[in-house]
Design a protein around this ligand. Structure first.
Ligand code: ADP
Length: 248
């Protein structure tokens, strides 16, 4: 155990990762020798101008896309070289996703939506953890409701609960507030914070919004496929200044 103690503080990370799209004159180096670790039980925001590589970084980290060189890990698992089947298993069992569109199934209740991923994976839900997550997200009285009977904010909370219920190593949130009004967006960001602070979860969020980034413990700033800055305890002002410095 002991020699792994330091490693256990890292929920996900990549070392010297490069990823090029296209060939020849059309080649775009979306990630250029990127090394970054995402600490466990922390909330990290990945920021940067449009086209800087944020989505590529997240997709490679989450096992949704492959890298050209370098290594990627989720928890203690190295993703590079895994078969498609093994990658699917890592994504299913070890990673949670919160997308901009909630992707809830309309004919299923909130509870069925939250548990769907586990059922498909043949995993039995931990009912104590389920109740903890549902209570933290204030969904206790909404579990029998169908998505159409829930507000946008409540639907997004169901999507959050679905991401958390499998106790993943890391939850990836891709512009999670993009389709929400600012009050509902603030509520969602508050829940992501709560899941880190009170439920010991790890969140990595891609955003271009300095206010959203201010909910994170750390900010990682990308430009042209490289990490150009780390911001501790980002505020909307420090993020905006950093992005402005990049000409974003
Ligand atoms: P961001 O999320 O910061 O907007 P992306 O990771 O989407 O940036 O893109 C990084 C760079 O890679 C951009 O120049 C983009 O045009 C290019 N890119 C991303 N995906 C593809 C793809 N599937 N095919 C070709 N180029 C791509």
């Amino acid at each position: 155990m002991r020699e792994n103690d330091a490693d256990n503080h890292i929920a996900a990370g990549m070392k010297d990762v490069s990823k090029v799209y296209g060939r020849g004159d059309a080649a775009v180096r979306a990630l250029d020798h990127v090394s970054v670790d995402f600490p466990a039980r922390q909330f990290t925001a990945i920021m940067g101008p449009s086209g800087s590589g944020k989505s590529t970084l997240m997709h490679c980290l989450a096992g949704l896309d492959t890298v050209d060189s370098g290594s990627v890990r989720i928890g203690q698992s190295d993703l590079v070289g895994l078969s498609d089947a093994a990658l699917t298993k890592v994504r299913r069992d070890r990673v949670g996703f919160v997308f901009q569109s909630f992707n809830l199934l309309p004919t299923m209740s909130a509870e069925e939506n939250i548990l769907l991923g586990l059922s498909l994976a043949g995993r039995r839900p931990d009912r104590t953890w389920f109740t903890t997550v549902v209570d933290a997200l204030g969904l206790g009285s909404r579990l029998k409701h169908k998505p159409a009977e829930l507000s946008g904010g409540q639907q997004q909370r169901v999507a959050c609960a679905r991401a958390l219920v499998g106790k993943p190593d890391v939850v990836f949130a891709d512009e999670p507030t993009g389709s929400l009004d600012s009050r509902t967006g603030a509520e969602l960001l508050g829940f992501l914070r709560t899941s880190v602070r009170d439920l010991d979860q790890t969140v990595v969020m891609v955003t271009h919004d300095p206010v959203a980034a201010s909910y994170a413990d750390h900010g990682v700033l990308l430009a042209d496929g490289r990490i150009v800055r780390h911001l501790a305890r980002p505020t909307a002002d420090t993020v905006l200044a950093a992005l402005t410095g990049l000409g974003a």
